[in-house]
Design a protein around this ligand. Structure first.
Ligand code: NAP
Length: 249
């Protein structure tokens, strides 16, 4: 058990929600970030409080630096930051080739998935690094197997944003390894969440399940279990590392 705070961007639904519940069950105080769905975020907070945990919902569109600053201010009021889970992420409409993509789509993708994650990490490092008087901590970045596969004819822009996250995980990990901060990435495979509907293909994960060596989709809980292991002391020698949680895909 710990009284440390974990900030989870996009903690209202899907993998972020499952991670919020799993972290609370391990004694973390949870800052549940959400973009627009306040009801879903409040539900996560209620579920945690029902089990005598501590959580707070904070509106934070990670495409906005002002929202990110407000998220970490709320975190400061809640306790000592011990971990950041850079989970918030978007896909564009599935099935759009690069030669059909608008600049607005690509810019939005990079603003949320890449710049948002880097800015959140900046705020976390300022608080956790021993160089700044902090007590150390962990940053987990959500990548995707798309970073390896490239997602041709599906959403190459999304895959590229997750490739950037992989490089960021490696580089930031080395940068702060001597300052008490571990940085790790997770590459989920096909996970059963709302994100596929957001890309216009609600049944995408199930349709492609036969391509997974384990022949099934993964659950948000299976990703959350890996995340809470990475933020725990059990992963104390893991940094600048990226873990595939993808049924072998
Ligand atoms: P999801 O079910 O679509 O949930 C997305 C979450 O992120 C929601 O809590 C949403 O908040 C929040 N969000 C969306 N846009 C945001 C923004 N601009 N700023 C802040 N929060 C935002 O997604 P998921 O499947 O759980 O995915 C979580 C992460 O895992 C993403 O980084 C994704 O790329 C990655 N991933 C997922 C899969 C998969 O198959 N599901 C595979 C590989 C990687 P609201 O509730 O307020 O909308």
């Amino acid at each position: 058990m710990t009284d440390k705070v974990v900030v989870i961007t996009g903690g209202s639904r899907g993998i972020g929600r499952a991670t919020a519940l799993a972290a609370a069950a391990r004694g973390y105080r949870v800052v549940v970030g959400y973009a627009t769905n306040q009801g879903a975020a409040n539900e996560v907070v209620s579920l945690i409080e029902q089990k005598n945990g501590k959580a707070v919902a904070v509106k934070c569109d990670v495409g906005s630096e002002a929202d990110i600053l407000a998220l970490f201010k709320a975190s400061d009021e809640f306790g000592t930051l011990g971990a950041l889970v850079n989970n918030a992420g978007i896909v564009g409409k599935s099935g759009v080739r690069v030669d059909e993509m608008s600049a607005e789509r690509i810019q939005q993708m990079m603003a949320v998935n890449v710049t948002g994650s880097i800015l959140c990490a900046r705020e976390a490092v300022k608080r956790m690094s021993t160089r700044h008087g902090g007590k150390g901590g962990v940053i987990v970045n959500l990548s995707s197997v798309a970073a390896r596969l490239g997602a041709p004819n599906t959403y190459v822009d999304y895959a590229a944003s997750k490739g950037a996250i992989d490089s960021f995980t490696i580089g930031l990990g080395y940068e702060v390894a001597g300052e008490g901060i571990r940085v790790a990435g997770i590459r989920p495979g096909l996970i059963d969440t709302d994100i596929h509907a957001a890309g216009g293909e609600p049944d995408r994960a199930h349709r492609l399940a036969h391509l997974v060596p384990m022949k099934r989709v993964g659950s948000a809980d299976e990703i959350a279990n890996a995340i809470v292991w990475l933020i725990s002391d059990e992963a104390s020698y893991v940094t600048s590392a990226i873990l595939d949680v993808s049924g072998g895909r």
